[in-house]
Design a protein around this ligand. Sequence first.
Ligand SMILES: Cc1ncc(COP(=O)(O)O)c(C=O)c1O
Length: 500
Amino acid sequence: MLYKTLAQHFIDEIRSEKRITGSRLPALRAVVKQHQVSMTTATKAYDYLQETGWIFAKPQSGYFVKSILDNRKCSFPSLSESQSEARNPQKFAPNHGYNHTPEFFSAFGTAMLAPSLTPSIAFQRCIKRVTNRAINGLFHYPENRGNIQLRNALSQHFKEDSFAFSAEDLVITHGCLDAVKLAIETTTKQGDTIAINSPCYSGLLDLLTGLSRNIIEVPCNDNQLDIRFLETLMANKDINAALFSTSHINPTGVSFTNTQKKQLAELAEKYQIAIIEDDVYLELSHQKHTPLPVKTWDKAGYVLWCGSFSKTLAPGLRLGWCLPGRFIQTYMKQQSLTDSGVNGLIQTALTEFINTGDYRSHIHSLRITLHHQIHQYRDFLIKQLPSSATISQPTGGLVLWVHIPNLNTKKLEILADNSQIDIRCGARFSTHDTYKHCFRINCGWPLDTYPLDNYPLDNYPLDNYPLDNYPLDTVDQEKNTLSSLAKLCNIIGEITDIRA
Ligand SMILES: Cc1ncc(COP(=O)(O)O)c(C=O)c1O
């Protein structure tokens, strides 16, 4: 594993342009000396950097930084301000809703990790260890706002990422969507209008539809939110609250800058309008550090910060949280109307998993793996898709956002569906047709052996974790991801050919 940490060090330097394209990397012997590692580790790190496309070797000359795979500017269709108006999302919903999922399971649909990337053996052991301790608790209703031990563990965990909050201010929920739902109910009422990202995660559009809230989509140009427009909405009282994803945003993968995040917190305070922050991808940075949420700058408590373990560990845990700020009393009251707390056994197991350091080390290696995996998907798509395709370059998260001019992605979704491949067309992420030539693809499943025969095996824990432990359909998925991706590219090729 050490070689991947070393490789990541060089990747960070290349990304931050401390090492520029074409520059020579230190000789292996220098790396050994400078980083106090063995020659085997240094060699493996350089092999890994070559395999993942960051560097190349010139015989008798050394190793050099490669140009980034795709130098085309990553520019995607975006909503214009003039299109942004209050809308009832129900009126524009596709058949079966924005987040409709097909009956079959396929790796590219839902934004989630493959089971082999989750530390399932360690977590199973953890559940076994805590069962005796937790069993007595099961004969009482759990505390509505969550076990204090878990809240303490989460508080300590995020403090290590420079995001400090008190366990007293945290409320445990049944996942992030549940946390967001309660936040919406706490801060707004039916018929109110909520500002959201454009494009916006389809599950949130369904949620807002179900709760009878209107929306105004706020344009994101060059990957940053149109703050000036948002301020106008707030000043004119056009919105009653805002709901934004802010880091490694689904579906675009981009993150707002710290400056923007700070501005958002300041606007919330200035206009006394709640901002619900859906931060479910926060910890999936492909770089060394976890970004800071808007909540970091929230002095007056108008930001309700929501997250969960669904994207970092497993969605089936159904465990999330919210820091509701100044709304905490109303939030807990709202929660108590329909809820009698979250499964105590799972809360105890997750407390243990965090306190032992297992969660931290899982996140650490997951980031490196995801970074590499996204790189592989991009590499494959760049080679297989028409040259007019633009593919996002996320700095974190699980998904890629793809734009192909004139490609009818609704039709693509249907044809892919016929081949049991699940992708999400752009229409699912907006009430406007701005993203009709875009689609989203989940990259949480390893691409088999792509692109190398000698791909470093410890990156894929398939050998360590017997696949017999997983449901059969997911085993097949793990084996077939690369061929499904190739099939998807063929389908795209066929539709674009037909069009031509
Ligand atoms: C932005 C966003 N929020 C929330 C969720 C759902 O989170 P959970 O499973 O914890 O409810 C998702 C899942 O795709 C998501 O992308």
